[in-house]
Structures are given as C-alpha cells and as structure tokens.
Design a protein around this ligand. Structure first.
Ligand code: GAR
Length: 189
C-alpha cells in the first residue's frame, strides 16, 4: 500500500481530513506525522489514530537523521499541511516532485515567508479582495513558488472576519487536498 508522510505545525484539521479520507477508501496510509511543535494539535490526532509521529526541534534538529527516517518510511508523497518551517534542501533534493504543500490563498498572491494561517486571511481582508481560495503546489527551495497543481476559489464578503474566511478556506482545503493527493498517488501507479 502507498504511504504518506504528513508535516504539520498546527491544529491538524487538514491532516485529520487526509487521514479520514484514506481510512475510508483504503487506498493509502499515513505512515508518519512530523511536527516541529511538541504541543501541536496534530500530535493529538496522531496519538488517537495510532500513527507514528516525530517531533523535530530547532535546537536539536538533525537534517540527516530526518532524511534517513524519511527514506526508511519510503513515502509516495510528503504532504505539508500547515507546516511552518522551510523544508531542508537535502529533503527536496531526495524527494523532488513528491513533496506538496497547501496554501490558504491564491498564489502567487499572499505567499512567502511569514505568510501563513491568519496572517494570510488578514492581508486578504485588508486588501478588500472579493475572492480568495487555496493553492496546492509542489514544493521547491523557495517558499510558495513551486508549480501549481490546483487552485480553488471562494468569495470574500466585505464584513468577513479572519476567522470566518479561515472557515471557508478550510472547507475547500478539506475537500480538495485529500482528492488531489489520491490523484497524484494514482499517477504513481
Ligand atoms: C491551513 O489553512 C493551511 O493552508 C495553512 O495553515 C493551515 C493549517 O490548518 N498553511 C499555510 O499557511 C502555509 N503557508 P490545520 O492545522 O487545521 O490543517
């Protein structure tokens, strides 16, 4: 069976959507969850689902150990789901087009370092944009600049709060991300 590795730093609602999608259809399994935050909600999900997890810490982080662990896990895809560190070049070099990310806006707008979660929604609201959306893309060495796989759009209402916009974006993410992953896995045969 094909396996996925998920990298996440936050609550993990995307990780949960992906886990549940593949639990229901049996087409892949989440073999490992990597987080840079010991108190991230995604780790509670990992424990509940009995998925092995790895916590990486800025001070003690060893790129080569992570790379070895990833190679041992042999993921068909590495899926970033709200992961806030930049992926080390050695990992990008090893896994190439098998690393994907989801961004909560329509790239190339509102991307780059520091643009994550509510910072993105706040910027969209300040700019008074009439629409926002999600971008699923390959990961390369530059934040949010890899080739785009899929974008989906939603309306932004003039009186939306960042929380309301985040909810609408999450709905799109939870629908599309598992389906895009399934599609990419089927391409790998
Ligand atoms: C998601 O909205 C994802 O698009 C965003 O973080 C959120 C994580 O939510 N990622 C970025 O902003 C990356 N630049 P989750 O922890 O509930 O899945």
């Amino acid at each position: 069976m094909q396996s996925l590795v998920i990298f996440a730093s936050g609550a993990g609602s995307n990780a949960a959507a992906i886990i549940s999608h593949f639990k229901n259809n049996g087409k892949a399994k989440v073999a490992l969850i990597v987080s840079n935050k010991a108190d991230a909600g995604v780790l509670e999900i990992a424990k509940k689902e009995e998925i092995p997890f790895l916590i990486i810490d800025k001070k003690t982080f060893q790129e080569t150990l992570l790379l070895e662990q990833l190679k041992d896990t042999k993921p068909s895809l590495i899926v970033l789901a709200g992961f806030l560190w930049k992926i080390p070049a050695a990992i990008i070099h090893e896994f190439g087009r098998r690393i994907i990310n989801i961004h909560p806006a329509l790239l190339p707008s509102y991307g780059g370092k520091g643009m994550y979660g509510h910072h993105v929604h706040h910027a969209v609201l300040v700019a008074k944009d009439g629409e926002s959306g999600i971008t699923i893309h390959y990961v390369n060495e530059v934040y949010d600049e890899g080739n785009i796989i899929l974008q989906a759009r939603c309306k932004v209402d003039a009186n939306d709060s960042a929380d309301e916009l985040a909810k609408r974006i999450h709905k799109l993410e939870h629908f599309y991300y598992p389906r895009v992953i399934e599609h990419l896995l089927s391409d790998q045969g």
